[in-house]
Design a protein around this ligand. Structure first.
Ligand code: SAM
Length: 272
């Protein structure tokens, strides 16, 4: 792949101009690619879903591993490029789709069968993770390149300055492990933020279980929408003070001082 001005020359003679709206920062650094593939450790028994294959930096080695590979790419030109390059077979499919509207259940109905990977478009990385977590039962693990700052938010614990909705919901469903960082010089064009690799592994059994996870999400979202307020003021719209005062939780605390278990207690008190 050769870069000419802002265009990238693809192997089939086509050129591609990276599209900012699709968060396109392409990996070109062979060492970084090898390190990511080592972390994924693909083999022919795996069923892998790659989000945003781009022009195939990770797709190539994933394909070569013999794994069953499904790719979801929103960019029409790149989806065509990837489809032409790898063909359509029992073991390889490319869907020209928006991952935010893509139903993972189309690919597998069996629990813990899908491995989801990708160098995610940073502009939509949080919504992508929330979307995938809706199907957490189907997922064996997820290995993503993300902005380091997003990984720090995901792995923060109670009391940390980055602790919030993303930390709580990611940890409700998954073990979160920050693996390593990737320098900006590994991409074309270079992103302005630091990038890193994270592994999200859905829990075998949820450590705490809410009666209604969508109620839990709503309580957490409402609390953190007014981060500076103490609980009894920020949660007024979702739970009455009389219910809240009856729970084993100090209602004068701020949202960042409550554990996941505390939020589950509040959510369960209002979801019946
Ligand atoms: N995997 C390639 C690499 O590492 O060089 C490309 C990574 S680039 C950061 C993100 C990729 O996700 C691009 O190919 C982009 O077109 C694709 N993408 C962006 N938004 C998407 C969406 N909503 N659904 C599916 N793919 C998307």
């Amino acid at each position: 792949m050769k870069r000419e001005s802002s265009f990238i020359k693809l192997a089939n003679g086509l050129t591609h101009q990276p599209r900012k709206r699709f968060g396109q920062n392409f990996l070109h650094d062979e060492n970084a690619i090898e390190k990511i593939i080592d972390a994924i450790s693909p083999c022919k028994e795996h069923h892998i879903v790659e989000i945003g294959p781009g022009y195939g930096a990770l797709t190539n080695p994933l394909f070569k591993s013999g794994a069953k590979l499904d790719c979801v790419e929103i960019d029409q030109d790149l989806a065509k490029f990837i489809g032409d390059k790898f063909g359509n077979s029992k073991n390889f499919q490319v869907f020209q789709k928006d991952i935010l509207k893509f139903d993972l259940a189309l690919l597998s109905k069996k629990e813990k069968t899908l491995r989801i990977v990708g160098n995610l478009p940073y502009n939509i990385s949080t919504p992508v993770i929330f979307h995938l977590l809706k199907n957490h039962l189907l997922i064996a693990d997820m290995i993503f390149m993300l902005q380091l700052e997003v990984i720090q938010r995901m792995s923060s614990t109670v009391g940390d300055k980055n602790y919030g909705r993303l930390s709580l919901m990611a940890q409700y469903y998954c073990e979160v492990e920050h693996l390593f960082n990737i320098p900006s010089s590994s991409f074309t064009p270079k992103p302005k933020v630091v990038s890193a690799i994270v592994r999200l592994k859905p829990h075998q059994k949820l450590p705490v279980k809410a009666k209604d996870p969508s109620c839990l999400q709503n309580v957490i979202r409402t609390a953190f929408n007014q981060r500076r307020k103490i609980l009894k003021n920020s949660l007024k719209t979702v739970v009455s003070n009389s219910i809240l005062e009856g729970l084993p939780i100090d209602t004068n605390l701020r949202p960042e001082n409550l554990s996941l278990n505390d939020y589950v207690i509040i959510s369960d008190a209002i979801s019946g």
